[in-house]
Design a protein around this ligand. Structure first.
Ligand SMILES: C[S@@+](CC[C@H](N)C(=O)[O-])C[C@H]1O[C@@H](n2cnc3c(N)ncnc32)[C@H](O)[C@@H]1O
Length: 320
């Protein structure tokens, strides 16, 4: 018997609530055996994700006691729209617990982070993405080490971290490095360009954001904004103990060079977080960054943790 495509997509039988959610998103209900399967344009457009299958028995009604909480959640969300417990943002859809969103400190940091010009126009990191960045930064601070971010743009992630962690009262430092005018075009390989790695360049090119970012963080004496091209500018980053190195340049070569440059200064237990590592399958061509990050990890005898937000994470082994 052909397994229902729903099951293949999410890896387990779907609850009533999840099916209702998918239907709300416009996907086809799995047809009953007696009904002819009629193609749904939206389903087809979804690259075959939810194609009707001939033998798919409807999972409706096959609920187990363990699924009762979801039924309760469904009852609570009878209003139009996705069930409240379902996270669906930034290429990540899951019913997994994401109650970090309810933390008032998180909400405040997020709101401030999104208050920049691009953020106000709706171009911002998803909440889970920000959650990962905040978690990694908090980890670095717990190690007593500094944070370096390569690829700042308007400072959305930096702002969320700074506000969530009350960074002003920390002894650690944060270094924010960017050209503030986009990726130096010659750094992309032909393969990266073919894959569309430059698809967001318009946003970085539309204005020079150096003064904006300097002003945005001028109240924090332990935050240093550095304008320059990675890797050439890296010797001017006066950091000795890195707990978190954030890579978000949208181009592989300088990210790889920076990881090499800073590796010895990353403290044991410190993290390198690649923002675009897993984005190569979501329609944006960042596969070059994944290949480079994997190669780098192998050269250091470690491996990359793939996170469903699209992040790749390397944890430097050892104890401090
Ligand atoms: C995706 S954005 C960074 C977004 C940022 N992490 C945030 O919190 O919103 C990428 C940034 O990397 C910068 N960039 C790309 N290549 C660079 C390079 N070789 N040296 C310095 N900055 C670079 C661009 O100017 C752009 O602002």
């Amino acid at each position: 018997m052909t397994a229902p495509i729903f099951i293949r997509v999410l890896g387990r039988p779907l609850t009533k609530a999840c099916i209702r959610y998918l239907q709300w998103r416009g996907y086809t209900k799995i047809p009953e055996r007696s009904k002819a399967a009629s193609p749904n344009p939206k389903t087809t457009a979804a690259a075959g994700l939810l194609r009707p299958t001939e033998n798919a028995a409807s999972p409706l009604g096959s609920l187990t006691p363990a699924e009762a909480p979801l039924i309760e959640a469904e009852k609570l969300s009878e209003q139009p729209g996705p069930p409240q417990y379902f996270y669906d943002e930034d290429n990540l859809a899951t019913p997994h617990n994401h109650d970090f969103i309810d933390d008032p400190r998180f909400q405040e940091a997020l709101a401030i982070s999104r208050s920049s010009p691009l953020g106000m126009r709706g171009y911002y990191h998803g909440r889970w993405n920000i959650h990962v960045a905040i978690w990694a930064a908090s980890h670095a601070l717990a190690l007593g080490a500094d944070i370096v971010q390569l690829g700042v743009c308007e400072g959305a992630e930096a702002s969320a971290i700074i506000n969530f962690t009350n960074f002003a009262n920390r002894p650690q430092r944060m270094f924010l490095v960017d050209t503030f005018t986009g990726v130096p075009e010659e750094q992309w390989t032909a393969d990266e360009l073919k894959a569309g790695a430059n698809s967001a360049q318009w946003a970085y090119k539309e204005s020079d954001r150096y003064e904006y970012v300097r002003n945005r963080f001028s109240a924090w004496m332990n935050v240093t904004v550095i304008r320059g091209r990675v890797p050439d500018v890296l010797p001017s980053v006066t950091v000795s103990r890195i707990g978190l190195l954030m890579l978000d340049l949208n181009v592989a070569a300088p990210e790889r060079a920076a990881a090499e440059f800073f590796w010895d200064r990353i403290v044991p237990g410190g993290i390198i977080l690649s923002d675009d590592y897993g984005h190569s399958r979501s329609g944006v061509g960042f596969i070059g960054q994944k290949i480079a990050f994997d190669e780098f990890a192998r050269s250091k005898g470690v491996s990359v943790l793939t996170i469903p937000t699209g992040h790749g994470l390397i944890l430097k082994p050892g104890t401090g």
